[in-house]
Design a binder for this molecule. Structure first.
Ligand SMILES: [Zn+2]
Length: 238
């Protein structure tokens, strides 16, 4: 082993102090050293993408939910709950290029199942973006006049491996909402190999009524993974 190789090994063996997740490859330093053309170089470790995802998720407020809303924690006293959980787990395993859509009233476990899928994808090292519609849509619409910033933010959502849109079309729906939703969902509709998770209090029929172009894309991409939760609030039952 040359002196340079020893230096590289010593550096790679050192423990870093990046928090959040533990990476055995870079020992939580975020980079890996190597020798190239007689010099020591470093490259970013693959865990940096996951760390960036986690940082954004933490900022978005989804992190607390991720810890509580796992597949294991989803209770299934009734057959429809068992079925819903099975569909969600199947999607997490086989849903690339597909959309998982769950509709129904609050308290039926929509957020729980969607969050569990997002958590499984983060675990698998995928880039996950979280978009709470009622806060993110107004923020994006307010940016329309700063075209460059708007485009950059929108492209990040369009291009994410996994996009979880929570409470889609909550409340009244303006023309601005329709434009934003179409731009975002149409782009994801046209690009294969991504995963979109969408929860809404509105049913797919209602979404089709609001806007056929948007509703039909949701309908088509979520075949086999479109769950309509029963009206009954099962959490209130003893
Ligand atoms: Zn690493």
């Amino acid at each position: 082993m040359t002196l340079l190789e020893m230096k590289v090994k010593t550096l790679n063996d050192k423990e870093g102090n990046l928090g959040g997740i533990h990476c055995p490859v870079c020992r939580d330093k975020g980079y890996i050293a190597f020798v190239k053309d007689g010099a020591m170089m470093t490259r970013a470790c693959a865990c940096m993408g996951k760390r960036e995802s986690m940082r954004r998720i933490r900022r978005s407020g989804l992190l607390e939910l991720l810890e509580a809303y796992t597949f294991d924690a989803f209770q299934t006293p009734e057959p429809w709950q068992k079925q819903a959980k099975e569909r969600a787990m199947d999607f997490a395993a086989n849903g690339w290029g597909r959309w998982f859509v769950v509709t129904g009233t609050p308290g039926t476990g929509k957020t729980h199942l969607c969050t569990a899928i997002a958590g499984a994808m983060l675990e698998a090292g995928r880039e996950v973006r979280y978009m709470l519609w009622r806060t993110e849509a107004p923020r994006l619409k307010a940016m329309v006049n700063e075209r460059e910033v708007y485009e950059r933010e929108l492209q990040a959502l369009e291009g994410a491996d996994v996009l979880y849109i929570d409470d889609f079309f909550k409340g009244s729906v303006s023309d601005g909402d329709l434009n934003l939703a179409f731009e975002l969902l149409n782009s994801r509709y046209n690009s294969g190999g991504k995963m979109t998770i969408l929860s809404s209090e509105k049913t797919v029929e209602e979404l089709l009524d609001i806007d056929e172009a948007i509703g039909s894309r949701i309908y088509e991409r979520s075949k086999g993974y479109c769950l309509k939760m029963p009206r009954k609030n099962w959490r209130l039952r003893g």
